[in-house]
Every structure is written in structure tokens, then in C-alpha cells.
Design a protein. Structure first.
Length: 202
């Protein structure tokens, strides 16, 4: 049987909290991020616009501070164990910045796709690339031509990779997944143990 390729959103799918609000809480910018998050959830601004604004807000926060917050974020350990045991066919697909998530991704140990930024003198210098999640799925499809791609996510910004995948799983481990994702999903998961059972079945 041909093994599937698995692609996971990061925030709220593999982490027990959304990372940007977690960062905001740690550095005292809760109000700014609460407003920005709500505008994004309500569709008033796009994910790309939201990321650019968050970049501007966090530009002068030391990269190492953000890396440490993300690295120490609580994870869904059973899901991470599955990924670590199947890292040759598991990928993380996240809109977060590569310079922020690099230490965490080294700990998880699988391949990943992310937005990209430049660091200079310990802080963010420029936002060079905002990931379109469908492009990550399309790249993997070209590489793994004989395999099906299964994606896992919870937010509206995951919808493009849900459209590009062969199968999609809406994740409700931290909050109710987007209704659009639910409508596009083959499965909806609300418990970590159920996620692990499904991963071992697919």
C-alpha cells in the first residue's frame, strides 16, 4: 500500500494554543493582537494583511525572545510523536515566519513550509515571502507523484491547502474549526487520540 503524505498546520493543530496570541501575551501586546485577530477572523482583513501588520508590531522584538516562546509552546505530544516516527512523509505548512519557528521545527524534525523573513542584528529586518499554503501542497504533489496528500488544519487560512489536497481533516483540538473547512473536510477531529487513530488508519 502506498503511504500518504501528511501536511499539518502548526498553530492550534500541533500546538495547544495559537502562537501569535501566545507571543502577544508574553510581551504585553494582548490588546493589539486581540483586535488584529478578530479583524482577521471576521474577514475584514486578509491573512496576508494580518501577517504584515503583525510583522510591523513585532519587528523590534528580539527574534530570540519569540523563538524561545514558540519553542516552549505546549504541543499535542501524541501527534508530534507520530510525526517524529514518520518524518519522511510528514510536513508542517504554516504562515508563521521561518526565523521564529526554526528551533521548534528542528525539535519536531520534519520538513516544513513557512513564510520567510530576514533577521539583522537580532531583530526582523524584512518580510520577504508570505506562504500560500496551496503552493506547498502543489510542490509536494510534483515530488510525490504516486502518493495522496492529506492535510490537517483549523483556520480559514488553511482553506487553500484543503482545496489542493486529496483528503482534508478539520481539526478542533483547540477551538471550533472554520465552517468552510468543515464543509471541505473528509473528517472532523476533536480529540488528540482520535487524530492519532486516524493517522494510523490513513
Amino acid at each position: 500500500m502506498t503511504e500518504n503524505i501528511f501536511c499539518f498546520d502548526l498553530d492550534g493543530t500541533l500546538t495547544r494554543r495559537e502562537l501569535l496570541p501566545l507571543i502577544a501575551n508574553e510581551i504585553g501586546l494582548e490588546h493589539e493582537f486581540d483586535v488584529l485577530t478578530q479583524l482577521t477572523v471576521d474577514g475584514v482583513i486578509s491573512f496576508e494583511e494580518s501577517l504584515r501588520l503583525r510583522f510591523a508590531i513585532l519587528k523590534h522584538i528580539p527574534v530570540k525572545v519569540v523563538q524561545d516562546i514558540i519553542y516552549n509552546a505546549e504541543l499535542f505530544d501524541k501527534a508530534i510523536d507520530f510525526i517524529s516516527s514518520n518524518r519522511n512523509r510528514c510536513f508542517v505548512v504554516t504562515g508563521n515566519l521561518d526565523v521564529w519557528i526554526k528551533p521548534l521545527m528542528q525539535k519536531i524534525g520534519c520538513g516544513y513550509f513557512s513564510s520567510c523573513a530576514q533577521e539583522q542584528n537580532g531583530t526582523l529586518a524584512s518580510l520577504d515571502h508570505i506562504l500560500k499554503k496551496s503552493s506547498a501542497i502543489n510542490k509536494l504533489r510534483k515530488k510525490y507523484t504516486d502518493k495522496k496528500i492529506v492535510v490537517f488544519g483549523d483556520g480559514l487560512n488553511d482553506y487553500p491547502m484543503f482545496e489542493a489536497a486529496d483528503q482534508a481533516v478539520a481539526i478542533g483540538l483547540t477551538h471550533q474549526p472554520s465552517p468552510l473547512l468543515i464543509a471541505k473536510s473528509n473528517f472532523i477531529i476533536y480529540e488528540e487520540d482520535a487524530l492519532c487513530r486516524l493517522l494510523n488508519m490513513l
